[in-house]
Design a protein around this ligand. Structure first.
Ligand code: ZN
Length: 360
């Protein structure tokens, strides 16, 4: 998908990312690393569990169109650990990494992650009571898919706004998916987000057939993209992921009455390949309730609205763009701003407030 004007250009990764560059400070590569890294292969981290990484060797993607990957290594899942030389550098789902060692993928095989390809984006989970630091939970995503039910449970506009701020700040394209349109009219929510130019997809569950209507439109939006799915429990996120990715078997929250299993079967972030979508990926994030917004730079949010951004030139230093001295009010009343700019500014200010408001 070609980015719209003003969007962050997608960085294409390729083979050069994997090759170990010569030591910058000297002309000679370090002999200690060189032999092992010369044959490193590229992989995408699909999951992390207690220090072990599931990595797909030669993942599908822009530079990996061939069925067997670029180096003749077949696509396969391998288990890997972080090489000591990476130190405390965090490796998360979505990271592209260089692997050495046993990449056979056999049950006992353990490869080593020796390098992390520079990330194109990071999405941070918010700090909470048990962990006071914001942590990167997904790397290299292109899109944040915010799944919200139109009813049962009721939509939470503040939650949606927080997700939008997180997406815009991380440089991800937001996509709002409104589920359960069979239960409630989507128009009021669609109208509320139209002013912010947020693309939307409406889906509904078809009880007779057990299928999801609107899935084709969603699949189109996911084509060639790495899409992170977020949503509170009960909104139908797992139902969507299961419908999109055959065999995903993400827990839909229903507990099997006999075994008692079900609710906790999928609690970690995981990347799932989306078949037939030119290298599209779905990254499911169960248990992620909100995103870290403490680091968000307000101007980065305003920059996403090119019709408003010039109005910030008359703002006082350090303007929050939500105060009486803000230059944006005069801007939207001036002839230079386009029609509807005032309504758009209201919507953008609502977003800016979501940044400081507590998550609900
Ligand atoms: Zn301002």
């Amino acid at each position: 998908m070609t980015p719209a004007p003003g969007e962050r250009p997608r960085r294409q990764y390729d083979e050069r990312d994997v090759r170990v560059r010569p030591n910058r400070r000297g002309s000679r590569p370090r002999t200690k690393d060189r032999p092992a890294h010369a044959d490193a292969v590229l992989g995408r981290v699909l999951g992390v569990d207690r220090g072990r990484y599931t990595v797909l060797v030669n993942p599908p993607g822009p530079a990996h169109a061939g069925p067997d990957g670029v180096d003749g290594h077949e696509r396969r899942r391998v288990s890997a650990m972080k090489a000591r030389e990476l130190g405390r550098k965090s490796i998360v789902v979505g990271d592209l990494v260089a692997l050495v060692g046993d990449i056979s993928g056999s049950p006992d095989a353990l490869a080593r992650i020796v390098r992390q390809v520079p990330r194109t984006s990071v999405l941070r989970r918010t700090a909470d009571d048990t962990d006071p630091t914001e942590r990167v939970i997904v790397a290299n995503a292109d899109q944040l898919v915010i799944v919200t039910a139109l009813a049962d449970p009721q939509p939470r506009p503040r939650m949606i706004d927080r997700c939008l701020v997180a997406a815009l700040d991380a440089g991800l394209t937001p996509l709002l998916v409104l589920t359960k349109a069979d239960l409630s009219d989507p128009v009021p929510l669609l109208t509320a987000y139209e002013l912010l130019d947020v693309p939307t997809v409406v889906t509904s569950f078809q009880p007779c057939t057990g299928t999801v209507a609107g899935l084709a439109g969603l699949t189109e939006r996911l084509r060639g993209q790495v899409s992170v799915f977020v949503g509170h429990s009960g909104v139908g996120k797992s139902t969507l992921v299961n419908a999109l990715v055959p065999g995903a078997e993400r827990s839909t929250g229903r507990v099997n009455q006999v075994t008692g299993r079900g609710r906790h079967t999928s609690t970690s972030v995981v990347a799932l390949e989306l078949p037939g979508t030119d290298g599209g990926w779905v990254i499911d994030t169960p248990g992620v309730r909100s995103f870290g917004l403490a680091h968000v730079d307000i101007n980065r949010i305003v920059d996403h609205f090119p019709d408003l951004e010039p109005g910030t030139q008359d703002c006082p230093r350090g303007c929050t763009h939500d105060e009486p001295e803000c230059g944006l009010d005069a801007w939207v009343e001036s002839a230079q701003a386009g029609p509807g700019a005032a309504a758009r500014l209201d919507s953008v200010r609502r977003l800016l407030r979501a940044r400081s408001a507590p998550a609900d």
